[in-house]
Ligand binder design. Sequence first.
Ligand code: PLP
Length: 485
Amino acid sequence: MKPASRGTLPEVDETLDPEDWDTLRAEGHRMLDDMFDHIAGVRERPVWRPIPAETRARFREDLPRDGVDVADIYREFSEHIAPYTAGNIHPGFMGWVNGGGTAVGMLAEMLAAGLNTNVAGRNQMPVEVERQIVLWVRRMFGFPDTASGVFVTGTSMANLMGILVARSARIGPSVRQRGLLDRGARLIAYTSVATHGCIAQAMDGAGFGTDALRRIPVDRCHRIDTDALRARIAADRAAGFEPFLVIGSAGTVDIGAIDDLAALHGVCRDEKLWLHIDGAFGALGVLSPEIAPRLAGIESADSIAFDFHKWGQVPYDAGFLLVRDGEQHRRTFAAPAAYLRRETRGLAAGSPWPCDYSLDMSRGFRALKTWFTLKAYGTERLGAMIDRTCALARCLEAKIAAEPKLELLAPVQLNIVCFRYRADDADRVNADIVASLHESGIAAPSATMLDGRLAIRAAIVNHRTGMRDIEALMSAVLELGARKS
Ligand SMILES: *Cc1c(COP(=O)(O)O)cnc(C)c1O
C-alpha cells in the first residue's frame, strides 16, 4: 500500500473506477468476444497442455507496487493463463467428475460480478432468486415446502453441513455450546466403502473423528449391502454405541453406483437414523425420466448434498444442501449477532437469510448462474443431456466389450466407464497410457484403483462430449497400449 503523503490532502475524487470508461468498455467487449471464441472453438485446441517452465516461473514475481494497464494484464491472461487450465470445458475431458459450463452461465457470472452483491441476506432480489432455486430444488426432489436449501461451494461443504444438521438434530441445540462431550463419543455414522473421501473428512471436521464412520461393504455394482448395514448397526448398539446417521450415495465417484435409497430409508426409519444423501453429480439424475426411477427413495431423505456445477453444467462453483426439516437446518447454523439485527422493514428485513442456513457469512450470487441455466435450458433439455452422457458411456462400454485388447473393470451404471488395456504389468502400462493421453491433448480421462487394479476412468459429464470424442479416446488408448506394452 502506498503511504499517504504528508502535507497534501488526498484527491477527494480518486476511486478505483476508470478515468476513461470508454477504454475499459472497449477492453471489456474484446474480452467478452475472445471468451466466446475460446468456448466456441474449444474443440480446435488440445484438452490440456503441459505448462512451460517459463510460464510457471513468470508467476513468481514480486508484489506489484504500481498498477499496469488492464490491456497488459489481459495480454498476460490470454498468453499465460487461459491456455493452461485443466480443460474441463473441452469435449475430450473425461477426468474425475467435472462439468463443462456454458456460455450462458458465464454471462450470468459476469452479471453477478457486476452487481457484486453480498447474498448473505438483506432485503434484496438476489435473496429471492436464491429462494426461487430452493423452491425449484424442493420440486425436483419431491421435498415439502418446509424444506430449506442453501448454496455452498460444493458437495464437500454440503456434506459437512448435512452432517452438522444431523448432529444437532440428534444431540439437540446444546451441542452448539457444549460440543460433543461424552455422548458425542458414542455417536456413529454409516456409509459404504465406495463413498467419496469427503465424507470421512466431514466426520473429522464435525468433531466425531473418522473412527466414528463405519464403512459398510458393497455388492459388485458398488451399492451398499443393506443387510450388512443392519447387522453392523445392531452390533454397535449391543456394544454401547449410538447410531445416528446413514450417508447414502446417489452416484459414487468411482463407478457411478446408486445405493438402494428406498432400502436405506427403510433402515433409517426402523432405526430412527438421519438419512443424508451424497448426490454430488448423480442426484440431478432426477431430471432424466430414465434415471429418476433408480433414485427412488431420494424423496424420503433428511438431507441431500449435490452440485449444480457437475451434471448441471453451471459454472464453478455451485454446490447445494437441501434439508427436509428447514427449522432444524436453521437452528443448526443461525447465530444471533447485534450487527445482524433483523427488522420488519428497510434493508434489514426479510429474515431468515441464507447466512442463517450456512457457515458462510459473505457469499456470492451463485443462484444467478443457476437460475439462468435452469431457465435457459429447462429441466427437459438438461435431463436429455444427462441421458446422452449415459448413452455415450454405454457406447464406450460396448466398444470395450468388443475389443479383446481392452477389459471392462466395472459395470457401467450411469456415465462412468472404468476399463484398461490388457498387458503384463497392467497397472504401470495403464497409468502410463493415462498420462500420455493427457499430454497428447486428445482426451483426458483419469485413473482410479478398483479391487487393487488400476483403471482408466472415463466420466462423461460434459454436455459437449460426443461420439467422436469416445472414438478418439478408444483409438488413442489402443495405439498407446500397443506402443507401451
Ligand atoms: C465431486 C464429488 C464430491 C465432492 O464435491 P465437490 O463439489 O467437489 O466438493 C463428493 N461426492 C461425490 C460422489 C462426488 O462426485
